[in-house]
Design a protein around this ligand. Structure first.
Ligand SMILES: Cc1ncc(COP(=O)(O)O)c(C=O)c1O
Length: 396
């Protein structure tokens, strides 16, 4: 059977991580993989997470299965975090189900779309996080691309985006990055979110928000403006939440799939189908990471500690962005890379060609994917001068 398989395409980013590990140069720099690092190059376990884990270790009585929908405390607390005050008014319109990371939420909700409308087309931003493609393909839905990022002005090409969305209808799903667009670091303004919400309500396409960086862009509430403004204006909405980055729980695989529908009965029906999808996949979710998040969000002291640490991470990213921009300005004498200082979240695109990225890797031991997506949050201040020099050398 298996000898019939053709060579697999593999994942370019995972291959890049392998190359980085195998590189013996000790001044190598990894701005490829999408994880936050501190000034020592570590991806720390957050203080509140450690304390919550200790509490769970001391108090947990059983390892019996959690239910199909996962930890109900986690689902409610995460819905609160995402929808804020709005959730109180919307309780019967919102359903939330624990998933294995943000990817698990994306995949489960795409599968749900496929159950409801197998002929649907999923629209992805140009560019988008590369893993959106295999996720949509795995759900056997059609993929299309809407204009989003203008690499010359390093801003959202809002006119082209809205022109494209204004052609869509009820058979279309539009996947939107809720905050900290990956890879461009360039988000819609609040006003532009309202324009998208207006169009979705008019045209009847289904907005689907991928919220993987809440708290790492402008702040916990401001980063949820996307979801909240849509939820208040459209009849139906899907949201895939990841707790990988903002809780630093990457390997624990914690996420949440959310459904909002104007009719509570339809929201409930959709959730029941979502549970069927999950049952036919991994069946029961893991417990630990979601229990950690639920513990933190329901305890005022742990929550305060988490919010403070998250604030510190966000401030560090802003600081790194300023330092990288200043470094380029000093090195090049112009502000071609000033956009890095203005953008949000972990990533920016440097606008290098694939060939330039290869030279960076081979001659300067600086690792990034072929589209020159750079994880600013993966840098240490001590690396910035060398990083800037290397990029300036290939960009000349
Ligand atoms: C845009 C985007 N969506 C979703 C995710 C989901 O991540 P995870 O499945 O690790 O929670 C990521 C992680 O890199 C991401 O960048």
């Amino acid at each position: 059977m298996l000898e019939n398989l053709q060579p697999a395409a593999g994942d370019a980013l995972i291959a890049l991580m392998g190359q980085f590990r195998a590189d013996a140069r000790n001044d190598k720099i990894d701005v490829g993989v999408g994880i936050y690092r501190d000034e020592h190059g570590r991806t720390p376990v957050m203080q509140a997470v450690r304390q919550a884990e200790q509490r769970l270790f001391d108090e947990q009585q059983t390892k019996a299965y959690v239910g199909l929908a996962g930890d109900l405390r986690f689902n409610a607390a995460t819905a609160d975090l995402v929808f804020g005050d709005a959730v109180a008014r919307q309780q019967d319109r919102v359903r939330a189900v624990q998933t294995t990371g943000g990817c698990g939420a994306l995949r489960a909700l795409l599968d749900l779309v496929a159950v409801s409308r197998p002929d649907a087309t999923v629209w992805l931003s140009d560019p988008t996080w590369l893993n959106h493609y295999p996720l949509v393909n795995a759900a056997r839905l059609k993929v299309a691309v809407y204009p989003y990022f203008d690499a010359v002005t390093q801003t959202v090409n809002i006119d082209a985006m809205l022109a494209c969305l204004s052609q869509l209808g009820p058979a279309d799903v539009v996947l939107l990055h809720g905050a900290c667009h990956n890879p461009s670091g360039t988000d819609l303004s609040d006003e532009q979110w309202l324009q998208v919400a207006e169009l979705a309500a008019q045209r009847g396409f289904l907005p689907f928000v991928d919220l993987a960086y809440q708290g790492l862009g402008r702040g916990l509430d401001a980063d949820a403006f996307s979801v909240r403004s849509l939820a208040a204006r459209v009849p139906e909405l899907l949201v895939a939440v990841s707790c990988s980055k903002n809780f630093g729980l990457y390997r624990e695989r914690v996420g949440c799939a959310m459904i909002v529908h104007q009719q509570a009965a339809t929201a409930q029906l959709a959730m029941e189908h979502l549970l069927v999808v999950l049952r036919g996949n991994y069946s029961m979710p893991p417990d630990h990471g979601a229990a950690v998040v639920a513990t933190i969000l329901s305890d005022p002291a742990l929550r305060q500690s988490w919010e403070q640490e998250l604030h510190g991470m966000r401030a560090r990213i802003t600081d790194l962005r300023q330092a990288v921009t200043a470094g380029f300005q000093q090195q090049l004498g112009h502000d071609k890379f000033a956009h890095i200082g203005r953008q949000l979240g972990m990533f920016s695109l440097l606008g290098l060609s694939n060939a330039q990225v290869q030279v960076l890797r081979e001659q300067h031991a600086v690792y990034m994917p072929g589209d020159s997506r750079t994880n600013i949050a993966g840098l240490q201040h001590s690396q910035i001068a060398r990083f800037v020099e290397a990029v300036a050398a290939v960009a000349r």
